[in-house]
Write a new protein. Structure first.
Length: 214
């Protein structure tokens, strides 16, 4: 199948950030009475905006999810990401290839806040490929699993969403890409559960960015 544009999720697709972000969140939840392992925290929160899981957090901590909590989480998260963020193995060559094949019609469509996305891409040397084409779910009426951020990215590129390839790594993101009417390929390193991603609607699952060839 030929695609006119490629829309990338960020966390877990372009950058290896999810364990870092969840590590900061786990520490804060522990301080507020909810003790989790990193794996448990990731199972609950990867692919979701933290605020979208307020009911879950409040049920386990017995405290309201406040703006002060979120501000401190963002502060700790950003410090850790600035010091520890790394690119997904093979992503530079993959993005360069896709950028060339699509004549620049590529974008980032993330559920994360803009500061985080732009900072991480800058840190790992990917910013130049996505200049002016970064879309944040925080700036949309609805974030993933709704399709808004993918629809906004496709509209900006002036490409029918049905002609876009979405690259995702979570069931929440896959749902957003499918709802946008796009074809979704799921990046799943060998430890991931590819069957779950296919059941969520991914058309194809691949284990290394060398396989992202269109």
């Amino acid at each position: 199948m030929t695609f006119e544009a490629v829309l990338f999720d960020c966390d877990g697709v372009l950058v290896d950030s999810e364990s870092i972000t969840c590590g900061a969140l786990r520490d804060m939840l522990d301080e507020n009475g909810w003790r989790l392992s990193l794996a448990e925290c990731m199972a609950h929160f990867v692919g979701h905006a933290v605020r979208s899981r307020a009911d879950l957090i409040e049920a386990h901590t017995g405290k309201p999810l406040t703006d002060a909590f979120m501000d401190e989480f963002y502060r700790r998260r950003n410090i850790r990401l600035e010091n520890e963020i790394a690119a997904i193995d093979g992503i530079h060559d993959a993005v360069r290839h896709v950028h060339e094949r699509c004549e620049g019609r590529i974008a980032v469509a993330s559920g994360a806040d803009r500061y985080k996305v732009e900072m991480m891409l800058q840190r790992v040397g990917l910013s130049q490929f996505f200049e002016g084409r970064i879309f944040s779910g925080h700036e949309m009426p609805r974030s993933k699993p709704f399709p808004d951020v993918y629809l906004a990215a496709a509209a900006h590129l002036q490409v029918d969403p049905a002609q876009c390839l979405v690259v995702e790594d979570t069931t929440v993101g896959i749902a957003a890409g499918v709802a946008a009417g796009s074809t979704v390929w799921a990046y799943a390193p060998p430890v991931a559960q590819s069957d779950v991603l296919l059941q969520a609607g991914a058309a194809h699952v691949f284990a290394h960015m060398d396989d992202l060839r269109i």
